[in-house]
Design a protein around this ligand. Structure first.
Ligand code: GLY
Length: 354
């Protein structure tokens, strides 16, 4: 049976929905709360309901989908609903959704009455390979991503490929950016396999291999004192672009689309500052540009992007901290980069997308 042991809990891949039902039967929770968004309510909840026929007693909490709703206002709504449902400290929250649901649900659960247990059943590729595992929970504040949050581990994570069938191609591609990232930072072989994938079909076993890499890093450094920072490759610049796009664009970038841009810029910085070979820079940039849409950046927005980067959690004092590649499959962290170089990397992205 495919399972990965994480920080005191299991990530279950085989017979996962049967295992979910067994988990619910075996544990003596006072109440089951299922957090969904509109999409997972329509497309994923019926799958769960069919798979756990013995569990009939639960309450549903629904939030609006989309990163723009991962904020304190929606979180208050979740807390209030938990109160209205009379949830006590022995209630269990089941987060059924993508990164927004697992991040915000984990945060709401980990703070409600000083913390109740929660499970993650991630339904997007993004949350399967990244958000649902590792214990980061959180919400955005203004357009600063994940700036309020906790490290709180779920009691278990159940990953089912049935849900990937419910996703549109753009969502799959967005999640795939995190798979590519795992290859770039830790496993050149995985990166090479990514290049052979016939998107949007994700080959059997790739989600598992990707979680394995993330989990190895997380086990070594659960609270991001050091090594875990490599999981943020592409995210210092990517989060700023994502935050900017969220408040500016009618159709904002998805997380992975922004991270792909961030990885291109930060690969450039890796070449400039961290000895990433030019051939590897070209290889990974050409690949990312071949699968992700080009985004129209212009230098007038750089000050706003830099201001967003200054709020990044990896910074120390005034210094902007980056995870930078040494080569494909090998990444350093705590690399502090001057503003001029960051601007150069944004110019580099623009030059590549003209
Ligand atoms: N998404 C990066 C991490 O979990 O550390």
């Amino acid at each position: 049976m495919k399972k990965i042991n994480s920080l005191g809990y299991e990530v279950v891949f085989d017979d996962e929905l049967d295992e979910l039902q067994s988990f619910l039967i075996d544990h003596d929770y006072s109440q089951l709360l299922i957090l969904v968004d509109r999409n997972t309510n329509d497309h994923c909840l019926p799958v769960i309901q069919a798979a756990i026929p013995d569990i009939v007693d639960y309450d549903i909490i629904e939030v609006d989908p989309g990163e723009e709703n991962k904020n304190i206002d929606f979180c208050i709504g979740v807390w209030k609903t938990m109160l209205d449902f009379g949830a006590d400290r022995k209630a269990l929250m089941l987060n059924l959704g993508g990164g927004v649901v697992t991040d915000m649900g984990g945060f709401a659960a980990s703070t409600y009455k000083r913390g109740i247990d929660f499970l993650n059943v991630p339904t997007t590729l993004l949350s399967q390979v990244d958000a649902s595992v590792g214990g980061k929970t959180g919400i955005d504040l203004d357009n600063v991503k994940n700036i309020i949050g906790t490290f709180s581990q779920p009691k278990a994570v159940f990953i089912s490929n049935k849900f990937l069938e419910t996703l549109d191609d753009r969502q799959v591609l967005s999640g795939f950016a995190e798979v590519i990232k795992h290859g770039l930072i830790q496993d050149k072989d995985l990166f090479n396999r990514c290049k052979t994938v016939n998107l949007p079909v994700i080959p059997e076993g790739m989600v598992y291999d990707s979680v394995l890499i993330k989990n190895k890093v997380v086990l070594e450094d659960p609270t991001e004192k050091g090594l875990r920072k490599i999981l943020n490759f592409g995210h210092t610049i990517g989060h700023a672009i994502e935050g900017y796009s969220l408040v500016t664009d009618v159709n904002p970038l998805l997380h992975g689309e922004a991270i792909a841009i961030g990885m291109i810029c930060e690969a450039y910085l890796s070449h400039k500052i961290n000895n990433l070979d030019i051939a590897e820079l070209d290889e990974l940039v050409d690949y990312l540009l071949s699968i992700y849409p080009k985004y129209n950046l212009n230098s007038a927005v750089y000050p706003e992007l830099l201001a967003l980067m200054k709020n990044d959690k990896k910074n120390e004092g005034n210094k902007l901290g980056f995870a930078l590649l040494r080569k494909i499959g090998d990444c350093d962290f705590n690399k502090y980069v001057e503003e001029d170089a960051i601007i150069e990397s944004l110019d580099y992205y623009q030059s590549k997308t003209k």
